[in-house]
Design a protein around this ligand. Structure first.
Ligand SMILES: Nc1ncnc2c1ncn2[C@@H]1O[C@H](COP(=O)(O)OP(=O)(O)OP(=O)(O)O)[C@@H](O)[C@H]1O
Length: 301
């Protein structure tokens, strides 16, 4: 069992401008040490939170990647891994996940993770066969958009025994306002986290939104998961910051039963696979000869 890694990334601990942009500075938070921080909000409200790691605005991207690298590398051992950024708009999710993709020092987690997986496969010395695929999707207003094929505007979440939860193409007509749909996703996420951590819930409502269905294996499933809580430094955002920190604190109570998808193949099985592959090759070769012969004979008449 592995508990969710929770990392807070933001500028809590920095001095910042007040709402009116006047020169007076506020402390909206104070980093106490590397794993706990005291949130200091308006009217002297305070709350202390503990996380696996806390980063500040000026912390370099490689330091943040270092803390989630083990999840990325365990993918090479067949584990599913999720690195998820959560926080209000403008709090640094894109900066943390993507950063400046073209720069080796300021690129974010996603380009670093891809490089680490490719390097890991290239330097692997064991007899391993890796199967790698990639999908990039955006979940917005209960629609899942394929960012690698923008004609796929509404991928459908499906599930079966072999593939687990996966995305397939489908159409759906729903008339919901943007704000309602965003709220629906976030409240569904909150409900899933609450159900997973309250200890008495008999049902986890994964099916209430596309976001929670996609994250099903990451929250309470078999994946290794890190949740990065991004926070705004502005005092005007203090209530959102507090709510994000509370979400992160709650999510730390989730435990996943991590499981590797890797399977080892015995020498006898490899020999059988080779025989079957040779037979497939022979069958395909015969079919090709037959097709070429048919093509040749039709061209004669
Ligand atoms: N740690 C940081 N250091 C420097 N700049 C940052 C940092 N975090 C965020 N920023 C800057 O703040 C702005 C907003 O950040 P970003 O776009 O990452 O937010 P977001 O959470 O992805 O927002 P949205 O949800 O609206 O997409 C960007 O200009 C980004 O470069």
């Amino acid at each position: 069992m592995s508990s969710l890694d929770c990392i807070s990334n933001g500028t809590l601990g920095e001095l910042m401008m007040n709402d009116e942009g006047a020169s007076e500075h506020y402390r909206a938070g104070l980093t106490l040490d590397k794993t706990s921080l005291k949130f200091l909000g308006p009217e002297c409200f305070s709350n202390t939170f503990s996380f696996d790691a806390i980063f500040e605005q000026q912390d370099p991207q490689d330091r943040i990647f270092y803390d989630v690298e083990s999840i990325v590398l365990s993918v090479l051992q067949g584990f599913n891994g999720t690195i998820c950024a959560y926080g209000q708009t403008g709090s640094g999710k894109t900066h943390t996940l993507f950063g400046d993709i073209g720069s080796s020092s300021t690129r974010g987690i996603v380009p670093r993770a891809m490089a680490a997986v490719c390097t890991g496969m290239a330097s692997n010395t064991e007899d391993c066969i890796f199967s790698v695929g990639m999908s990039v999707v955006e979940i917005y207003c209960e629609k899942i958009r394929d960012l690698l094929d923008t004609s796929n505007e509404n991928l459908q979440v499906q599930q079966d025994r072999v593939r687990g939860v996966y995305l397939a193409n489908a159409h759906e007509a729903a008339v919901w306002s943007e704000a309602q749909l965003i709220n629906r996703s976030l409240s569904a996420l909150g409900n899933v986290v609450n159900a997973l951590t309250d200890g008495k819930a008999t049902h986890v409502p994964y099916r209430d939104s596309k976001l929670t269905r996609v994250l099903q294996d990451s929250l309470g499933g078999t994946a290794k998961t890190a949740l990065i809580i991004c926070c705004s430094p502005c005092m005007s955002n203090a209530s959102e910051t507090l709510s994000s920190l509370r979400f992160g604190a709650r999510a730390q109570g989730i435990t996943n039963a991590v499981q590797s998808n890797a399977c080892s193949i015995a020498g006898k099985d490899i020999a059988n696979l080779l025989v079957a592959a040779r037979k497939d090759c022979d069958d395909l070769r015969s079919q090709l000869i037959l097709l070429e012969w048919r093509k040749f004979t039709t061209s004669l008449f």
